[in-house]
Ligand binder design. Structure first.
Ligand SMILES: Cc1cc2nc3c(=O)[nH]c(=O)nc-3n(C[C@H](O)[C@H](O)[C@H](O)COP(=O)(O)OP(=O)(O)OC[C@H]3O[C@@H](n4cnc5c(N)ncnc54)[C@H](O)[C@@H]3O)c2cc1C
Length: 398
């Protein structure tokens, strides 16, 4: 293989840009093909745990991230009705000591902007906008990405980092079956100053209740609170990051919930509604010179907060594999093998958490206390999360 193969990446999201940077840093020529006409500020909060942080830090982004992230002291569980509070786990110094990196919360647009700026500085012509990849052709010696407008871009490998509705995945394997989970999430950002002082805390909170849960955590240096409220709902099936709803609709979906939850919802600037679809992990996601990365490869429910982290891990492991193997198809196969089992386990763990967060036992205060004491007992929490946070994509075997 030439020392500098040309790698095509479909999608300039979190995973695509991280992969681009990891490859550019290793001397590869990269073309990122993005459907959007411009890369604007979009999305709300994402949580980056130690495993994802290791990937970003290995690319030299720690200082830029630190300027805009929020590093919470820990996470709490709160009961939907009474507001009773339990510790979920400590973060801050504990994450750094135990897992070797911080756990931080960040506006998706801030993370995206940092990645974009660094990629553009390192390779000004790498990103090609207004280029929706519709398919590809591959031979033994190369691959051609075909865009919707007919443009054809040739390279040595094609990485489908084109998100949950991936066209590259469809071209590889056909439409991936998806089942509506019966859940939707209200999400949005709340200006921290609009909340009462006692709610302006730098912790992550998971409100749990029968049929719903609400997660909130600070982002953008603590000036915004990111809120996501999941609720069982049968009549909203659009899986989108940009569909808007109204405050009134959102409030109506949480009747009887604690006043603090209503205060949060009332102060969301723009409430977005997102239907949750579940998908079984793929058995494989590589054919020859074409592979998938991030949500395209292993779309997940958000209940482990690992969608972005998996994309970051994938990006670094993929770049390491391309470096380690002499042949592109062998490198892509090694990448898939290094990632398949872990990502499938994470997708299943997120499905399990959905049942845990919404359990009917949470309906009354007494049953809830018993349920929380059992389900979120320290040993059980460690068992559920240690293996997730301990993983280091920079050193894991490839
Ligand atoms: C607009 C948007 C807002 C989001 N907001 C949040 C949020 O608030 N909180 C959260 O936790 N997660 C959010 N996510 C999801 C989160 O970023 C991903 O789940 C995670 O980071 C995995 O990243 P990814 O790179 O696999 O996919 P994504 O980050 O979804 O990136 C996929 C990229 O591919 C592009 N693309 C799609 N199809 C094509 C195509 N055919 N050709 C070329 N380009 C294509 C998309 O425009 C996008 O830039 C959002 C994603 C998007 C796209």
């Amino acid at each position: 293989m030439s020392p500098h193969p040309h790698i095509l990446i479909a999608g300039a999201g979190i995973g695509g840009l991280t992969a681009a940077l990891a490859l550019i840093r290793r001397g590869y020529r990269v073309s990122v093909l993005e459907q959007a006409r411009e890369l604007a500020e979009i999305g709300a909060g994402v949580q980056i745990s130690a495993n994802g942080a290791q990937a970003l830090f290995s690319l030299g982004l720690e200082a830029a991230l630190e300027a805009v992230w929020c590093e919470p002291a820990g996470k709490e569980i709160r009961l939907w009705s009474t507001g009773e509070t339990w510790k979920l786990f400590d973060l801050g110094a504990v994450s750094r000591q135990r897992y070797g990196a911080p756990y931080f919360m960040i506006h998706r647009a801030d993370l995206h902007r940092i990645l974009l700026d660094v990629v553009q500085a390192a390779a000004p012509d790498a990103i090609r906008l207004n280029c929706r990849v519709a398919g590809f052709e591959q031979t033994a010696s190369g691959v051609t990405a075909i865009c919707e407008d007919g443009a054809r871009i040739e390279g040595d490998a094609l990485i489908g980092a084109d998100g949950v509705h991936s066209r590259v995945r469809n071209a590889l394997f056909g439409q991936m079956p998806a089942q509506f989970t019966g859940l939707m999430i209200w999400r949005g950002l709340v200006p921290m100053e609009s909340l009462p002082q006692r709610m302006q805390r730098l912790v992550g909170t998971n409100w749990v209740g029968p049929g719903g849960h609400v997660v909130h955590y600070p982002v953008r240096g603590g000036t915004l609170m990111n809120v996501g409220g999941a609720i069982e709902h049968d009549d909203w099936r659009v899986e989108s990051w940009t569909e808007r709803g109204t405050t009134e609709e959102a409030l109506n979906d949480f009747p009887g919930w604690n006043e603090d939850v209503h205060t949060l919802i009332r102060n969301i600037e723009v409430p977005y509604k997102w239907a949750l679809l579940g998908r079984e992990p793929l058995e494989r996601w590589t054919i020859g010179r074409v592979t998938l990365l991030g949500d395209a490869a292993h779309p997940t429910l958000p209940m482990m907060a690992q969608g972005a982290n998996m994309a970051l891990e994938d990006a670094v492991v993929l770049a390491r594999c391309l470096d380690a193997y002499d042949d592109v198809p062998a490198a892509l196969q090694a990448y898939e093998e290094a990632r398949r089992e872990r990502t499938a386990r994470l997708v299943r763990a997120a499905n399990d958490n959905a049942g845990r967060f919404h359990n009917p036992a949470l309906g009354n205060a007494e049953g809830a206390a018993r349920y929380v004491d059992t389900e979120w007992q320290e040993a059980k929490v460690k068992q559920r999360y240690d293996w997730v946070f301990e993983y280091d994509p920079v050193t894991t075997a490839v």
